[in-house]
Write a protein that binds this ligand. Sequence first.
Ligand code: F0G
Length: 472
Amino acid sequence: MRPPPWKIKVVEPIVLRDRERRREALAEAGYNTFLLRSDDVFVDLLTDSGTSALSQEQRAAMELGDEAYAGSRSYYRLERAVHDVYGWRHLIPTHQGRGAEHLLSRVLVEPGQLVPSNLYFTTSREHVVLAGGTWVDVAVPEASVTDALAPFKGNIDLAALERVLMAAGPEGVAFVRQEACLNMAGGQPFSLENLRAVRALTRAHGVPLILDATRISENAVFVKDREPGYEHWPLQRVIREIADQVDGAVFSSKKDHFVPIGGFVAVNDDELAERLRELVVVYEGFPHYGGIAGHDMEALAQGIRESADEAMVRHEIEQAGHLGRLLQEAGVPIVLPVGAHAVFVDAKRFLPHVAQEDFPAQALAAALYLEGGVRSMERGIVSGQHGDEAYDGLELVRLTIPRRVYTQEHLEFVADTVISVFRQRDRVPGLRMVYEPLYLRFFQARFEPLAPLLAARSEHVAHTARDRGATT
Ligand code: F0G
């Protein structure tokens, strides 16, 4: 792996708590890694959201934050950065990605309308459903096959999309959503060819095309590497080419833009922008700050420019690739090819003895924490099942890499932890959910293990014997 294109100027101490404390912390957290205190975590791979390191240029820019309620200089600098890098005409800042999704769903979705998308993202789908819409999955089938070595598993199935558009008609579809580096499939990119074809279909049917551009930079790198014709294009040009295909985009800037908070919705249509600006004052703030501070807008404007720096973006992808290779060499089942921002472990194949109703990915995430203080995130039935709908889809644990934060040694420690759990995987039991929140349950649900987790051998043997009805 190439050395990172940055060096470290400020450090944050981290501590590996002893195993006894980790076991206690896990029980206190209801076996949900979201509910752990970060003080109890050693390597935190919960998410790449808001967890990146700021650059010296971002920190310096923050000093220039203009905190005026209206007409802030920082807003205009942010608008210029969005315009320069992506080209969209109207910018409406929000506190983070879901703020943008909320505004867009409120404006575009009429009750009963459909939103076809390549798979789902948790908050994206929730806002569409809360606005009265219905989410329709039109991802290519290989998106849900963890070992299918396809280069563009983030593509939309064009035939499936066309069927939905024909059946529902333009009034029946609020918008089509395509997500860059499809998070729930493992950070998988789409090709520009596919995006162009989706553009042509949506145009023919008179339906808006909205990009979830949260991880557009990594998607653009994959286009350069995997799609013929773009290898010599500067990254900035590929990003712009992607942005040019869509009517608008939502962004969680907490990922590619390296900021702890912030997001936006950007559109080209004047009337749509007006509707969004009418609503932003109700839910986020004045259109010149949208729920973030002037100094946040400065960090964001600078971060947007850094997100088109190919060396920066490539390093993130290479870190994920390196961790993926270490796991693959040890036989750990992971999503292939390794995607943009994370390595996704296939919990169904890792824990074949745990039925999906017993939450294998949640159980595995708990085990990784217990084994090495490594925090990961469930991306399986807990995140994916909506309401009473049946769910038999992907069952993954995401090891997500914050940008510019961890070194190769940290990643190697993480690999050792995962491999160690893999070698004793028969000692990872399923879980029972004991508290289920009303919305986005994965954030705050609580669980109990069906048997002691990674129990000492003697305890484990006793338990297994009990399972078999034997007396010990
Ligand atoms: N869209 C995508 C593709 C995302 O990955 C996220 C957040 C959002 C929208 C919502 O943005 O968090 O700023 O409100 N993903 C985070 C994650 C939470 O861990 O993957 P937000």
